[in-house]
Every structure is written in C-alpha cells, then in structure tokens.
Design a protein around this ligand. Structure first.
Ligand code: ADP
Ligand code: ZN
Ligand code: ZN
Length: 818
C-alpha cells in the first residue's frame, strides 16, 4: 500500500501538508526525519516528518517527497509536543516555530541557481544589466542569485534574470543550499603494510632523499608503529610541525605512493577537559534555601528562589545541578543575555568540566548543529547553558530547568514569530519531561511573584548576602535642583564625582549605568527646533560620535550628519540628551588617568568583544565600566565599590504599564553590582523625580512595597497578572488603508470580547521600516477559557486575511507581550 507523510514546512502555514513516499524510502522514513519536498511551482523546502500513514489526501493532488535527509530523527517526540504548545499558545504556526527552533545548518533552504548557456549567441547587444550578469556567468558558469546580485550590483536582479531566461541565454534551477559542513582534518598514514621489513625497504628507497627519509622516520617515531606493528594515522599538520619540513616533502612521499592522505571528520565541540574542582560548601542560609527548594519540588513543579543580589543563588543552583546529574538526568540552565554566559560558564566549567554545553546565537552555527546532534544521542550534555533559544534543543532525560534572572524581559522574543516567553516555555517544557523548574532572581517579575503568593509555585527566600555583607547604601541625588544651581558637571553630580575619585584612589572600580546607547539620542536645530528623523521609521535619529553618523535604532539605517539645518539653514545643531558614548567621552576628560570601557550593543557585536570587556574588568585592567542595561544583569565582580545611576527618569517616564516594575528591577539589579565582596558598596542614584515612590522603594530596597503597589494598580486597571493581554499588530504601507483595516478589526474583536478591547491606537513608534503600525489591545480574564479565546482570535485573523481588500495587510498577535 502506498505510504504518505505529513510534514511541517518552514513556512507560516496553518496546517501540515501531505506527500507520498517513493518506495525506496518507504521503510526508512521515521517521524522526526527531514525530507526535501517540492512546494509551489518550483520551490523546494526541507520539511520535517510529523506523521507516516496510508491515507491519500483527497483535496489536492499529492506530490512525492524528493529526498530523505536523515537516517534517524532529528526531532524527538517531546519536541513535537513542545512545538505544538508554542504554536497554539502564542498564536503562530508550527512553521514559525520550526524556523526559530533549528540552527540554520539543519534547515537547507532552496536557492535559485543560474547557469550559463554556452550555446547562446546574442542577436543584438544586451541591456547593460543583463550583460553584466552574463559576464559574471562566463567566469563562473553556475551561480546562485544572491551571489550574482551582490557581485553585479544589479538591484532587483530577478527581472534581468527573467529576461535572460526568455532569450534562452541562461538556465535556471532550484537547489537546496547546505550551510553545514562537517569539519575534517587531513591525516597521513602509510600506504602499504608497515612491518619492519617493509620499513627497511622504504628506508633504502629513500636513502638519497634525506628530507623525505627524515619525514618518514619522524612519522615512525610519532605514530608509534614500531611498538605494535600497525600503521597509525597522524594529523598532517602535526607531522609537518614535528618534522619541521615543507609540505612539498610530504607531497613527494605521497607521489611515491609511500604515504596516503585522507580526511577524517572531527567535531568542533570543545572536548578539552578542564581540571574539575569540588563544589563550594553552602553556607547556613544557602543550605536552608537548598533544602526548602528540594522540599517544595516534592509537591510543586515550579519554585521561585527570591534571593537578594549576591546571596549566592548561583551556588545553590550548582548544588541542585550536581544532584540532578548524579541521578542521571539533564539540566537546562537559562540566562537572559549572552553577556552573562561568560562568567557563569566559567563557574560551571570549574565544577562540571566538559559535561557542560553552551548554546547561543553568537556561537558559530556549525557548532550549534553539532550540539543539536549530540543532544539527540545517549551522550548528550548533562548541562546545557544557554539563552532563550536553547529551550528548543533535544533532551533525552531532562530533570531540572533553571531560569536565572527570571524577571528579564529579554526572555520574551519580540520579532519574528514565535513571540514566546522562554520562562513560560521552559515551565511547559519541563512539565513534558516530568522535570522541575527553578526561577531565580532578586527582583521577581510581578507575574511570578503572584504565582508564588497564590501557592502555585513554591517560594523560597535568601535574604542575606554571602558573608553577610550589607546590601549597598543607595544615595539619591536631586539633579533637578543641581541643574538649577548650575552645580552639575555635565551629567555628573559633585557627589558622584567625589565618590568616584575616592574609589579610584583606593584602586576600587566603578560602574556607570545609562540606559541609552549612542552619543546623543536626539539632535536639534537651535534656531527652529528641527529634529532629524528616520525616513523609514517614525523615530528621531541617534547621533553616534565614533562613526560620526546618525543612526536609526529601529531599522539600523545610517545617515550623514547634515552641515546645516534643512529647514532653516541654521548651522547650530545641538545634542539633546546623552547616551553611553557621550558619558564615556566626558568621563575620559574628568578622569584622564582612569582606564574606561563601555559595554552596550555597539561595543559587543562579537562573541569575543564582550568576553574581553568582562575579563578586563574582572582582572582590574579597567577602572570604570559604562553601560546600558547590559551591566545590570547578574554580573559578579569583586571590586566594584561605586555604582552610578546617571538618570533614573527615562526609565520612569516610559509609557508602558510595566515601566515602574522594570525601573525598580533595573535599578535594584545595577545597584546589586556594588560591594559584592569585601565591603559595603555605595550607589549614587541621580534623578529629577526624587519624590517618586519607586525611587523610595529602590533606596529602601523594598521589593514587596513596590510589588504590592503595582499589584493594586494592575488589578484596578485590568492588567497582568489579573488579566491576560494579547496585542494585535496591524501593519501596512498605506496609512489610510491601515486606519480603515484596524477599525474593522477592532469592531470584529469588540463583537466577541466587548469592552475588553482597547484601540486601535498608534504605538509609541508608529512607523518602522516604512510600514505604518496600529495596535489593538485585548484583555482576557485570567480564568477565562483560553482555548476558546484563541479560537476566536484565529478566526478573526483568518477573516481579515482572506478578505480581498486587505491582501496587503500584515497582522499578528503578541500573547503576553512585554
Ligand atoms: P547571586 O547569584 O545570588 O547574585 P552569586 O552566586 O553570584 O550570587 O554569589 C556572589 C559571590 O559570592 C560569588 O562570587 C560567589 O562565588 C560567592 N559565593 C556565594 N556563595 C558562596 C559559597 N557558599 N562559597 C564560596 N563562595 C560563595
Ligand atoms: Zn533649523
Ligand atoms: Zn529607521
């Protein structure tokens, strides 16, 4: 009987598709294997087999799969369940999940290949663009379109290609591009047998080629042939190095058929065993917290560890990890930010050595493919440390998930779909494996706090810093007053400068926190008030002094700084506000002797860049570290005595219901970087809103006061955790059409969800990358049946998309938005 497979395609399609299996694969195809399938007129995709069965589809003519890529599944059954949960909960498709989940090296993508027709003769001169493409093809007869486009500089190359195709100057085909290539090593071995007699014959042959003879001797020495008589292989590189001869000598021996060279696949993953040390003993408080967590896991699947900064939460995790892997189970340790992985990696590697695997996007994709494959087998890592995407890795036997700094909003993926929250996803993932989840932080998210208070999660506290060092003293400085009296030095209050001076004199370090990157968030014409804006987005441009350009932080577009104002021709363009780059400049003037470093998105584009910033600061090569929220997160330095929060107000004034919670978390976290070892630290908190309740709560380190105040407001105004939010985003190039569509959508939503629907409104940034944006907010009671609400939302979205008038509309949901 004919067999069929249902597959998941890497496309935002709501359903799976069915293909027939050619007989040759009928026995081999398993659920979770990748297959190449034709789709549409000419395209091919790598799809994943979801199901194998005997039912021929009746609605469409079934096509056959082209190739089977795997002998064994690359996706385990729990992962399918997990994908289904994400697609279902976050209102996206499994294709969206597929695209986000797999490292690119496992997703072969189809590519158009253009081939030169050698028989082509032009009747007339070709248009310049076409000629340029043909010239390139004359050199390299086959090329993919993306490379041709890059090399030729022809924009929208497809029309030129179509015209060349019509003239039969070229052929076109679709091919799957393989990005993952196994890493190989060239090795050398003897071509023939290697007994002693044979070797002596070879020595005789080479008696008049002293260099070749020396190389052969070296080979014999290194590979240890004489020991047991079997010829051994040795890496070509090593042999050449040890023998200290040119490659030509080796080639000579290959030509004489004495040696042969072959390629051996080696992994990229670091296998080097570090010296493993004993775990640190927990102190009394940590031990108690540890025991309470273990206790709470008897009854509950999730536990919140609320521990003040530097209380040693990480040490508690390490003990729990050790116990979990001793039972033969795996651990997933999630971090909110790549910058944090460096320090935690070191701490974990010291204890767990090569049982630890690290997974994040700044790692080369090929390494990620190898980690994925390793996880599929019995020899997967015992511990995976990674950022949010590591929830998608295969696990055989997951026992514990740790979500460190669980309050961080970087756990939520914004764009593209799936817009999932890794904390929620981790909890669901753990449940699928019967594993436990530990959420750790000094400043829990309000949602998590509420779940702990309701008894849904276990709740454990660590109130003392390790060694009982006091939490830092927080000193508020009213900069409004100081500005008025003209006593500020740039962005620095006299108190901050004085403290910094004292700290530097005593060889202590300083962290300065400013939540904007770049030099000036805004440039303004002093005469007429003109502000340069991005042509694609509805935002003002940020001035970056280092590159002397204006850039848009939303689309990345860069602009030359105008010499004069285009509105009034005035030449006085002044900076408004200040970013990390400006702080760095000013600090260098104020403290010319100090070594200064900056950590923000602009200085940490590569893996090594942030590793170096952190290592330099750890080793005391840097005195002052300036940064955005990146410096607030969980970093552990020993000698920071002063932290400066330069301007608390931008955080407090941000228009979002979470801004107070977030401002508290940021300030408390960055303050927590001070005085972690040795002696009590000090934090200078500069603000214009000295009376603001959040400022008081930060000074008093009164998390509970903050949370209770916020909970009361959230309840009153119907926000999480009392209500679930779904944001509806609508985008279009045509603003008038968008307004109309958004109104229709809002009406449809109101018909179902009533007055729990707000908007449509313009979001704070109402145009990004030339698309106008409208947002509708849907509030759903926490205890309402979500399945039903989801169905309704999907139905309304479908109605909109299927309407001919709204073809150009982009519309998506953001569930539990941050
Ligand atoms: P948290 O994660 O709560 O911010 P950490 O685990 O980073 O705290 O601990 C703060 C510092 O104190 C770290 O440098 C850590 O090595 C040290 N520390 C905490 N607990 C212990 C312990 N039991 N033994 C030795 N060092 C500890
Ligand atoms: Zn002007
Ligand atoms: Zn832009």
């Amino acid at each position: 009987m004919k067999r069929y497979v249902d597959v998941i395609l890497p496309l935002p399609l709501p359903k799976s598709f069915t293909y027939s299996l050619p007989d040759e694969y009928a026995e081999e195809v398993k659920i979770g294997c990748r297959v190449v399938v034709p789709f549409g007129r000419k395209k091919f995709y790598t799809a994943i087999v979801r199901n194998v069965h005997y039912c021929a589809p009746t609605e469409y003519e079934v096509k056959e799969i082209s190739t089977l890529l795997d002998a064994s599944p690359i996706l385990l059954s729990n992962q399918f369940k997990f994908w289904e949960w994400i697609a279902d909960y976050y209102l996206c498709t499994q294709g969206d999940v597929y695209k986000a989940a797999l490292p690119s090296g496992l997703k072969l993508e189809s590519e158009t290949i253009v081939e030169y027709n050698p028989d082509f003769e032009a009747d007339a001169p070709l248009p310049e663009r076409e000629q340029r493409i043909l010239d390139l093809l004359a050199v390299d007869s086959q090329q993919c379109v993306t490379k041709l486009e890059k090399d030729s500089g022809v924009k929208n190359i497809l029309t030129a290609i179509k015209s060349l195709l019509d003239k039969e100057a070229i052929f076109v085909k679709e091919e799957l591009k393989r990005t993952y290539k196994p890493k190989t090593e060239a090795r050398v071995r003897l071509a023939g047998t290697a007994d002693e007699k044979q070797l002596h014959i070879l020595f005789d042959i080479l008696s008049r080629a002293p260099k070749q003879l020396a190389l052969l001797m070296k080979y014999v020495e290194c590979s240890g042939i004489l020991g047991n008589g079997t010829p051994k292989e040795i890496s070509k590189k090593e042999l050449l190095q040890r023998a200290d001869v040119a490659p030509a000598v080796l080639n000579g021996l290959v030509d004489k058929k004495i040696f042969e060279i072959y390629y051996h696949e080696i992994g990229r993953l670091n296998k080097q065993e570090k010296e493993v040390v004993e775990l640190n003993a927990l102190n009394e408080f940590q031990q108690r917290a540890h025991d309470e967590i273990v206790q709470s896991f008897q009854e509950k699947n999730v536990c919140l560890l609320h521990g003040v900064t530097s209380s040693g939460k990480t040490e508690v995790y390490i003990h729990l990890i050790e116990e979990t892997i001793r039972q033969g189970k795996q651990v997933l340790y999630l971090l909110p930010e790549i910058a944090l992985t460096t320090q935690i990696t070191e701490r974990l590697q010291r204890v767990f050595g090569s049982r630890l695997g690290i997974y994040h996007s700044k790692f080369p994709d090929a390494e990620r493919v190898e980690i994925w494959r390793k996880q599929l087998g019995e020899n997967g890592y015992d511990i995976i440390l990674g950022v949010r995407s590591s929830v998608f890795l295969p696990f055989q036997n997951l026992g514990l998930v740790i979500v460190d700094e669980e309050h961080e909003n970087t756990y939520k993926q914004q764009d593209p779909a799936p817009r999932y929250h890794a904390r929620s996803a981790a909890i669901v993932l753990a449940a699928m494996y019967g594993a436990k989840t530990l959420l750790g932080t000094a400043t829990p998210s309000i949602e998590t706090w509420q779940n702990a208070m309701d008894g849904k999660y276990g709740f454990v506290q660590l109130k003392e810093r390790y060694k009982e060092i006091q939490l830092p003293e927080i000193i508020p400085v009213d900069i409004k007053e100081l500005h008025r009296k003209k006593r500020m030095v740039g962005q620095f209050s006299p108190l901050l400068i004085q403290y910094m001076k004292e700290a530097l004199e005593q060889k202590e370090q300083v962290i300065l926190f400013q939540n904007r990157r770049g030099f000036a968030p805004m440039i303004e014409c002093r005469t007429c008030g003109w502000v340069p804006k991005c042509k694609n987005c509805d935002v003002s441009l940020t001035y970056h002094k280092g590159i002397n350009q204006l850039t848009c932080h939303y689309c990345g577009y860069t602009y030359q700084l105008p010499k004069a104002c285009p509105a009034c021709e005035g030449t006085e363009l002044v900076n408004r506000g200040f970013g990390t780059e400006k702080i760095e400049d000013d600090i260098k003037v104020l403290f010319p002797e100090a070594a200064v470093a900056r950590m923000d998105l602009d200085t940490t584009r590569t893996r090594s860049a942030y590793e170096k910033i952190i290592a330099d600061f750890e080793q005391g090569k840097t005195d002052i570290l300036i940064g955005t929220q990146m410096v607030s997160k969980g970093l552990d330095f020993d000698h920071v005595s002063i932290v400066g929060i330069l301007n608390a107000d931008t955080m407090l004034n941000y228009p979002d219901f979470r801004s107070y919670e977030r401002a508290f978390q940021l300030m408390a976290q960055v303050a927590g970087r001070a005085g972690r070892k040795n002696k009590r630290g000090r934090v200078v908190l500069q603000t214009k809103s000295i009376e603001h309740p959040i400022i008081h709560q930060v000074i008093a380190n009164d998390y509970e006061d903050m949370v209770n105040g916020q909970l009361a407001e959230r309840q009153m105004f119907h926000y999480p955790p009392y209500y679930r939010l779904v944001y509806v985003y609508l985008k279009n190039h045509n603003e008038a059409l968008l307004d109309q569509m958004a109104a229709v959508m809002a009406n449809k939503l109101r018909a179902v969800f009533g007055n729990r629907v707000l908007g449509p409104d313009k979001p704070p940034v109402a145009r990004i990358q030339t698309l106008f944006i409208k947002k509708i907010v849907v509030k759903i009671e926490q205890n309402a049946p979500m399945g039903r609400a989801r169905e309704l939302l999907l139905r309304i979205q479908r109605e909109m998309i299927e309407d001919e008038h709204y073809k150009s509309l982009i519309i998506y949901y953001d569930v539990d938005p941050m």
